[in-house]
Ligand binder design. Structure first.
Ligand SMILES: Cc1cc2nc3c(=O)[nH]c(=O)nc-3n(C[C@H](O)[C@H](O)[C@H](O)COP(=O)(O)O)c2cc1C
Length: 199
């Protein structure tokens, strides 16, 4: 059996130890090639039955930013307007329609969800949250920084960007090259003993 490869220290620093949540941004654009490369890594993370419910809207133009602005909490406006890119991480409430393509090994997979709103919501929210996290780690892996946000008006964003109601926003994430001027010290994390049990 071939041994599993593991990451070098430098990669762990980039993904975790030195990575921070950014609220200020350098004036440096994120190219479309890079956005696609981030997605092409993030899409490989696991989801329930490979259902891949996340849908990503990358807000880059001034026009699209202006549509986003009124729906942000006050404290998130300046940082979001300054970011080169803001991802809306949403989920498709009809994700199960693609199950035949995404999970062909189970021909009845569509029926696990269709017509079951609570299961749809639970599955779509859980797996799209994971996909949002994969997106952040993929962005960090490719040299970008992230600033995730839940401070926004959900109904406002849904109405503005997803008027037909099929997609629902999960969270927002500013993406770009961070400016760490004035970065606060990192908040503490729970110790293993506080947060974990091994049974
Ligand atoms: C789901 C989520 C929602 C968040 N919402 C906001 C927000 O609305 N505004 C904000 O300034 N920071 C927000 N944050 C940033 C967190 O406060 C930050 O990631 C956390 O304190 C860890 O900071 P660090 O990455 O610098 O260690 C959010 C983070 C996550 C993951």
């Amino acid at each position: 059996m071939v041994g599993h490869k593991i990451l070098e220290d430098e990669a762990l620093d980039i993904l975790f130890r030195e990575a921070r949540t950014y609220r200020a941004w350098q004036k440096r654009d994120v190219t479309e090639v890079l956005i696609k490369a981030v997605y092409d890594l993030a899409k490989l993370g696991p989801t329930a039955a490979n259902c891949s419910p996340a849908r990503f809207v990358f807000i880059q133009s001034a026009e699209a930013k202006a549509r986003l602005q009124p729906h942000l909490d006050k404290g998130n406006v300046d940082k979001t307007m300054a970011a080169p890119l803001t991802a809306i991480i949403a989920y498709d409430t009809q994700f199960y329609e693609l199950m035949p393509e995404l999970y062909p090994q189970a021909p009845k997979a569509r029926d696990w969800y269709a017509g079951k709103p609570a299961t749809i919501e639970d599955t779509a929210f859980r797996s799209s949250s994971l996909q949002g996290a994969y997106l952040m780690l993929a962005a960090r892996a490719l040299g970008l920084d992230c600033g995730p946000m839940s401070g926004f008006n959900k109904e406002g964003i849904n109405k503005e960007f997803f008027a037909d109601g099929r997609y629902q926003v999960n969270f927002l994430c500013n993406i770009g090259y961070g400016d760490n001027t004035g970065m606060p010290v990192r908040g503490p994390r729970l110790s293993f003993d506080q947060a974990c049990q091994v049974l």
